[in-house]
Design a protein around this ligand. Structure first.
Ligand code: FAD
Ligand code: SF4
Length: 551
């Protein structure tokens, strides 16, 4: 049996493109703080900063107004946001102490929960592991949360620029001095069309990188500044659908087992989003071993299981999408998340608790801490790495790192397969993380070899199950198809590797034509799985990609 080692076919990080030493252009826009990414982390940071600045001015101690900009690659706020989601409201309460949870943009409180172990035809209910308890939490759509946070940020005077992806960090010495956006209006050969718009430079005393999972700027900054971690970051890919249903779902449902093979880590979720909508999805660790494993296809098969089918039959697929999740946990946290003129928050640095599949409240909380550290640094006139390191201390002393430390090895234990991993994770839970407490080494996902084997084809029925092409349509992706490719393909892509990429990508971007790889770049929905296992993802013209509404 042959195998593929994905890392052999990956191109290096385009560091010269990401870290730019040339001075900002003459037309550069001057800001105090530039935030890259309007997710929960970036927007929470902007709101807290604006609040601190206002309080300061009201107290009579503040000097000039604080200019804050948030740049987002999606055409409108929330269109690139995707999560489960069950939300822990803790950080929202801290950011909005005057509001009640009923004021937050959540769909409903969690009324009950059930965990099942699945085989192909059966669902065995199992006790809910303590790490998966969701009492006191809420189901929600991240798109809706982001739009709501965006309104609050705008009311607070923050400048929101949607449709402006950041291409590069502008640096001077070891300091980050701002960002450069991507150009737009290029044709397939990168020649300007009539709609061409030059990149824009924005300078800032503090740049906050809130770009979410597998960010290019984060990777670039860490490589440039040699910021390591005990373990490399690892990822899972989540594929999710929102359905209009006739049969209401009462409880939050999680499953383990089928349709995943025993040597892959992951599980599924089904959440109620009000009386007539549900979110359903599957999450699979990208260190799986079968080159033919296809997460989109696994979700399609899973929907036919007797546990899920009754909720979907007679209903309608409203939206489809996919995104990666950083899963390395505590041992993959970068040794610092601050530097000269820069702070990194949320998923960008892997603030996710994997056993509970939660990162939204950590994103918000880290955004709040980043705002406090940035504000203090701006007030003191010192935005050096030493000054901004207060952010690292705040995160390290918070419940974020305490939670992640407690569950530090749970995901890593599954490296040995579902059953050994499940047993170890159970013992870790009972012992509060003390048993098997030593660090488990993990290679990066692309360093895990993949078996190439024959597989059974799956034919979608177009009612309950859908092809990748239909799925991309349901993501709202209407990217201009004359756009230059933003995906950098590596060396020696054989027919087997091309075939592997067709399965990695949930959006059908990669096709094997004969022995060649064809890249349908406009289909890309920015899930970033490709960047983990295959061709590199880079930012492209603003507004490209999905147009999620309720993911
Ligand atoms: C399938 C799935 C299920 C999940 N379930 C849950 C759950 O139930 N509960 C929970 O709490 N968490 C859950 N999570 C995790 C949670 O969604 C993340 O932890 C959270 O969204 C992180 O927030 P963030 O602001 O750091 O990043 P994001 O939400 O990813 O936001 C980053 C933003 O930056 C933008 N961006 C990226 N690059 C650039 C660039 N170069 N220029 C400009 N903009 C850029 C992106 O478009 C995006 O809008 C889930 C995640 C997935 C994928
Ligand atoms: S090409 Fe785009 S959609 Fe496909 S795996 Fe890569 S990032 Fe995801």
């Amino acid at each position: 049996m042959s195998s593929i080692l994905p890392v052999r076919h990956q191109p290096p990080l385009p560091l010269d493109q990401v870290i730019r030493r040339d001075p900002p252009g003459a037309e550069a826009i001057e800001m105090d703080v530039v935030i890259v990414g309007a997710g929960p982390a970036g927007l929470a940071c902007a709101i807290e900063l604006a609040r601190l600045a206002r309080q300061d001015q009201e107290s009579g101690r503040g000097s000039a107004e604080l200019n804050i900009a948030v740049l987002e690659k999606a055409g409108a706020l929330g269109e690139h946001s995707l999560s489960g989601a069950v939300v822990n409201p803790r950080a929202f309460r801290e950011l909005f102490p005057d509001l009640n949870p009923s004021d937050f943009p959540f769909r409903q409180p969690v009324a009950g929960e059930a965990v099942y172990f699945l085989t192909e035809g059966r669902a065995q209910r199992i006790p809910t592991p303590p790490t998966m308890h969701n009492a006191g939490f809420y189901t929600a759509s991240l798109c809706e949360i982001v739009r709501w946070l965006g309104e609050r940020a705008e009311q607070a005077g923050v400048n929101l620029f949607a449709g402006f992806p950041v291409d590069a960090l502008l640096v001077e010495g070891d300091a980050v001095r701002g960002v450069r956006t991507t150009p737009s209006g290029l044709d397939r050969d990168r020649q300007p069309t009539g709609d061409f718009a030059e990149p824009t430079d924005l300078t800032a005393k503090v740049t906050v990188i809130a770009e979410g999972t597998r960010g290019l700027l984060t990777q670039g900054w860490r490589e440039w500044q040699r910021v390591g971690a005990a373990n490399p970051q690892i990822f899972a890919l989540g594929v999710k659908e929102v359905w209009e249903t006739k049969k209401p779902l009462e409880s939050v449902v999680h499953t383990l087992g089928w349709p995943l093979p025993d040597d892959a880590f992951g599980g599924s979720f089904m959440y109620p989003l009000g009386p007539s909508q549900i979110a359903i999805g599957i999450v699979v660790g990208l260190d799986y071993h079968d080159a033919g494993l296809d997460v989109h296809e696994l979700l399609q098969r899973m929907k036919l299981h007797p546990l899920f089918r009754p909720y979907l039959e007679g209903g309608e697929l409203v939206e489809w999408g996919a995104k990666t999740i950083p899963e390395g946990g505590y041992h993959a946290l970068p040794e610092r998340r601050s530097g000269d003129g820069v702070l990194l928050v949320g998923d960008a640095v892997g603030l996710v608790d994997v056993p509970s599949l939660k990162g939204i409240h950590y994103a918000v909380q880290s955004g709040v801490y980043a705002a406090r550290a940035a504000f203090a640094a701006l007030k003191s006139g010192d935005t050096s790495g030493a000054s901004l390191a207060t952010y690292d201390r705040m995160v390290d002393e918070s419940y974020i790192v305490a939670d992640m430390y407690r569950t530090r090895n749970m995901r890593l234990a599954f490296k040995d397969g579902l059953y050994v991993g499940g047993l170890k994770a159970g013992l870790m839970t009972i012992s509060g993380g003390r048993l098997f407490g030593g660090r488990i080494d993990m290679p990066e996902d692309a360093a895990a070899p993949r078996r190439v084997a024959e597989r059974e084809p799956f034919t979608p029925d177009g009612k309950l199950t859908f092809s990748k092409l239909d799925a991309v349509f349901k993501s709202g992706n209407a990217t201009r198809d004359t756009i230059p490719s933003h995906l950098l393909v590596g060396p020696d892509v054989t027919a087997e590797v091309a075939e592997f990429y067709t399965h990695v990508c949930p959006a059908g971007v990669y096709e094997r034509v004969g022995d060649e790889l064809r890249v349908n770049a406009p289909n890309c929905i920015d899930c970033k799985a490709t960047d983990v296992l295959g061709p590199r993802w880079t930012p492209r013209e603003g507004g490209s990609g999905p147009k999620y509404r309720s993911m």
